[in-house]
Design a protein around this ligand. Structure first.
Ligand code: SF4
Length: 214
């Protein structure tokens, strides 16, 4: 079995295990998704989803955020880690949306990654979930840890991991794979110590039994 075939087996097993996997951030339009995705860096999705309903009721357009007082914006998101930086990024990104994109969220990875607070991970999340455009793979902390443990990459660099995974995994799975890895990372393949004995992948995983924190 080659690497691609093994990866396909892993994905099939994960799909069976987590049939309802999905993108977890709540949003109803591309702007809301961009804001939620900026807020979600190093924060659990549940915390973001508890904060955004009120925020989205108060700020409805890019112009609303661009013109908002930074102090008010910070207050609205103060339950979120690094809220001061994130408030600045949201305001600056929305200013750029107004000035360069007619107040709309752009649809290319190049334009998205020019926005403050938007890296490749966030840009991929916006493209895939707001526009159903899959040009890459969302590489989050679970994806980094599990890709290494599963032997899909030796790198710790998200851009390199994304390239490794894009070479290994069929394009029609690129959107789903980070969600499956996140579900499995939360339930079984946890950061401090994975529950390998309970893992559906333990026959396919080269690092099964690993206890090193990753
Ligand atoms: S066998 Fe262990 S290390 Fe490998 S994916 Fe499962 S829980 Fe993670």
């Amino acid at each position: 079995m080659n690497g691609q075939e093994k990866a396909a087996k892993v994905i099939a097993a994960l799909k069976k295990e987590y049939p309802h996997t999905k993108y977890y951030l709540d949003f109803s339009n591309p702007l809301e998704l961009m804001v939620a995705a900026i807020l979600s860096a190093q924060v659990r999705d549940e915390v973001v989803n508890a904060t955004t309903p009120r925020l989205f009721r108060k700020y409805r357009t890019a112009n609303d955020y661009a013109k908002a007082s930074l102090h008010d914006l910070e207050k609205e998101i103060s339950s979120i880690t690094f809220y001061k930086n994130k408030a600045k990024h949201i305001k600056e990104a929305c200013k750029m949306l107004v000035e360069k994109h007619g107040g709309k969220v752009p649809r290319t990875i190049e334009e998205l990654t020019e926005l403050p607070g938007v890296g490749r991970k966030t840009a991929n999340a916006i493209l895939q979930n707001a526009f159903d455009k899959v040009d890459g793979i969302i590489i989050d902390t679970h994806c980094i840890r599990l890709s290494y443990r599963l032997g899909w990459t030796e790198s710790r660099n998200p851009d390199k991991i994304e390239r490794d995974l894009m070479n290994l995994i069929q394009k029609n799975e690129w959107k789903k794979i980070p969600h499956l890895l996140k579900d499995h990372g939360r339930a079984i393949c946890k950061a401090p110590a994975p529950y390998c004995s309970k893992c559906v992948l333990n026959k396919l995983c080269p690092k099964q039994g690993v206890t090193k924190r990753l």
